[in-house]
Design a protein around this ligand. Structure first.
Ligand code: F0G
Length: 377
């Protein structure tokens, strides 16, 4: 039949699985690539601008692409528990895939500064939620140490299977466009996702069976260079960070990261070296966005395109629009921005900046009619 059963089945020949591997899937991947019409018109620039809406994965973020692989491999290796540190989305995804697999998930989250929807997910899926008096970077340091001795598999993006799953987003984009875009813009925290996309684009653009990128030192031999794109054609990878959490802009780790985009409130990126290689190899760049720019882009997408992403995700669009207006991304380019997580993850952030409260009126025809006539156009 034609039933879609997730990205491992879809890209089985390009992923490190065997014929008899038990696949742990929730039908992740196959997310829409939405062409933006109103936003380019709004800024008066002629660009082919798309958003890859990863918020439509089963738990509402791109993490599911990596988690299906990481949990599938953990189960294959006989592991009965997984652990991660998280700003929220990884914990939601780990909790859901562990539930699906029938194993235990331990999730280490910062004290506060985690979006309500993400916390609800981790609790609802029955994971053991460990809230530390520290931030994500503290949690990351701890889970790496714990996983060395305790019988738990670490499923943060330092687990190479995570990036293998996440590279499939690049496959989907190239299949839909018939080529790679000229620019691919992403929000950057640990820089795992930007690296995973680069691995995916490199695999597709390879014309022989060779590793063609230094980034592949990161795949630890799991890459399958299958071709299928346009030989040699790869996008410039552009990574945007929140100004208060921007180690790639400072050129050094940041010890007290802050931003309204809690998903990327990260000062010590795990994929530091490899992300610099991605930037250099692809000819792309890093830049930063203020919290105000991030929130403005989130609202613009919601109001002008009907697409609701979480604040961290909007950093890709905030940065891209600025670079398009400045001409750094020239007119006529094709640009894909990854929207990493759904807006419903963080209702507090949305309501806080919505700027309008519901109209309160009597439950009477006159009152409702007046409310409509007063607000037309
Ligand atoms: N966008 C969202 C919505 C995220 O949740 C994350 C990371 C990123 C972007 C950054 O991706 O780390 O690969 O550069 N969230 C992790 C978490 C840290 O714990 O959920 P990256």
């Amino acid at each position: 039949g034609h039933r879609y059963t997730g990205l491992i089945e879809r890209y089985r020949d390009r992923l490190p699985v065997h014929d008899d591997t038990r696949i742990i899937s929730l039908g992740e991947g196959n997310t829409p690539l939405i062409r933006l019409n109103n936003v380019p018109r709004h800024i008066g620039r002629d660009v082919e601008l798309y958003v890859k809406f990863e918020g439509l994965n089963p738990t509402g973020s791109f993490k599911d692409r990596g988690m299906t692989m990481a949990v599938t491999k953990a189960v294959e290796e006989g592991s009965e528990a997984i652990i991660c540190a998280s700003t929220g989305n990884t914990s939601a995804s780990a909790a859901a895939y562990a539930a699906r697999a029938g194993i235990t998930a331990f999730v280490v989250i910062p004290d506060g500064k985690i979006a309500m929807g993400k916390l609800a997910q981790a609790m609802m899926h029955g994971s053991v939620v460990i809230q530390i008096e520290g931030n994500f970077d503290d949690g990351m340091r701890l889970v790496k140490q714990v996983a060395e001795s305790a019988p738990v598999t670490l499923v943060n993006s330092v687990n190479p299977f995570r990036l293998q799953g996440q590279k499939t987003a690049a496959f989907e984009i190239v299949e839909e466009l018939g080529r790679a875009p000229d620019y691919h813009c992403l929000p950057v925290g640990n820089a795992g996702n930007i690296t995973a996309h680069w691995i995916g684009y490199c695999e597709l653009s390879a014309s022989s069976g060779e590793h063609v990128t230094e980034a592949c030192t990161f795949c630890k031999g799991h890459c399958r260079f299958a071709g299928g794109g346009v030989a040699g054609q790869r996008p410039k990878m552009v990574g945007y960070q929140a100004s208060g959490s921007a180690p790639f802009l400072r050129g050094a780790m940041v010890d007290h990261p802050e931003t309204v985009a809690t998903a990327i409130r990260i000062g010590h990126p795990q994929s530091w070296d490899v992300a610099w290689k991605v930037q250099k190899e692809s000819g792309g760049w890093f830049d930063e966005c203020t919290d105000d720019e991030i929130l403005a882009a989130q609202k613009l997408l919601a109001e002008k395109e009907g697409v609701f992403c979480e604040p961290a995700s909007a950093a890709s669009v905030a940065g891209a629009l600025r670079d398009i207006q400045a001409g750094r991304i020239p007119e006529g380019s094709s640009v894909v921005c990854t929207l990493t997580g759904h807006g419903l993850k963080d209702p507090d952030a949305a309501i806080a900046q919505a700027g309008s409260a519901p109209l309160k009126v009597a439950a009477e025809l006159d009152a409702v009619t007046r409310a409509i006539l007063d607000n037309l156009g």
